[in-house]
Design a protein around this ligand. Structure first.
Ligand code: UDP
Ligand code: MG
Length: 318
């Protein structure tokens, strides 16, 4: 049985890219269909993320001319991650496997073959991973790699150097639908879903037309979102500092009393230094404890699924 593949591509002001992208993907998909790797019902879905230029007109035009290409249009710009979700959740109703990628073809489309092979070997998620960043500027490379390391340190489980170029099966996307959170950071969610997964390495190219839609400010926001949507480590940090300061405050109290008893103080010093440390310590500790509860609430409000059953033998019966 041949799998129906849908390729989901979010597009924001990409009129300069779409023609070339369409040409390259048409070739790729046609070859895959010819070699019987995927079904002829496979499609490329362009998701227009509220573009201000002629992107949507272009998508409609392409859709008329090319059988393999179709599109959806969001009512306004909602950002890359939301556009991706819209595409993924729409595509899963028609497809067996969905691959997400960018409109600028920075991610090598030749990795698609290997992704499908890995899927056929039984992997439900295949992550595209950049093996080198030769073509990125020094600044982009250092900030990006630093970002992955920092995320790991903050306790977010992500795949190193993997962006949003990935293959997911319909099964995974059905489960993904249960993740109702509004602050989206897809690269953190897919590893959480679980299932057997693998990676495919590829070299990242330069954007062939147009400019990056991710300026530094958006990138920093994205990184901050990633950390605060997945980790309560920053809150724990406050609690730990609180505990440490409180412990020091106890030591300082004893110390002040000793100094007082030995008579080396001016009047009032003991009182002031004791209250200073004790109050500071207690405040920090209390903040940390309140933070813990907020952390719990934050996890509860996400209403993430508590488990996902990957196979169920009960229904399979005899
Ligand atoms: N994108 C989008 N909505 C936005 C910003 C970007 O759909 O608000 C799309 C964009 O069209 C592209 C992908 O997200 O297909 C990645 O953007 P870009 O290539 O500019 O990011 P970079 O590769 O520079 O990190
Ligand atoms: Mg890009």
């Amino acid at each position: 049985m041949k799998n129906i593949l849908y390729v989901v591509i979010p597009c924001y002001n990409e009129e300069e890219c779409l023609k070339e992208t369409t040409k390259k993907l048409k070739e790729k998909l046609t070859n895959l269909i010819k070699s019987k790797k995927i079904s002829e019902k496979s499609r490329v879905v362009y998701v227009n993320d509220g573009s201000k230029d002629k992107t949507w007109e272009l998508i409609k035009e392409i859709n008329k001319k090319e059988e393999l290409f179709t599109g959806i249009c969001l009512s306004r710009n909602r950002g890359h991650q939301n556009a991706l979700v819209a595409g993924l959740l729409t595509a899963k109703n028609y497809a067996d496997i969905v691959i997400s990628m960018d409109a600028d073809l920075q991610d090598d489309i030749n990795a698609i073959d290997e992704m499908i092979d890995k899927y056929n070997e039984g992997n439900e998620i295949v992550y595209g991973v950049r093996n080198k960043r030769k073509k990125d500027s020094w600044f982009k490379r250092t900030t990006a790699e630093g970002f992955y390391k920092f995320m790991k340190f903050m306790g977010v489980d992500i795949v190193f150097n993997h962006a949003d170029y990935r293959l997911t099966s319909k099964k995974v996307l059905d489960n993904f639908e249960d993740y109702k959170e509004v602050n989206l950071f897809l690269r953190g969610i897919f590893p959480l879903i679980g299932y057997k997964s693998d990676v495919v390495y590829y070299e990242r190219n330069e954007r062939f037309a147009g400019v990056s839609k991710y300026p530094l400010k958006k990138m920093l926001n994205f990184a901050w979102d990633g950390i605060t949507s997945f980790s309560v480590k920053p809150i724990r940090l406050v609690l730990n500092i609180g505990i440490i300061i409180f412990a020091i405050s106890l030591i300082m109290t004893v110390y002040s009393l000793i100094v007082k008893i030995l008579g080396h103080t001016v009047p009032g010093w003991t009182f002031i230094s004791c209250s200073l440390w004790l109050l500071g310590g207690i405040q920090m500790l209390s903040l940390g404890i309140i933070g813990e509860y907020i952390g719990k609430m934050y996890n509860e409000t996400k209403q993430r699924p508590r488990f996902i059953i990957s196979e169920n033998l009960i229904d399979k019966g005899d």
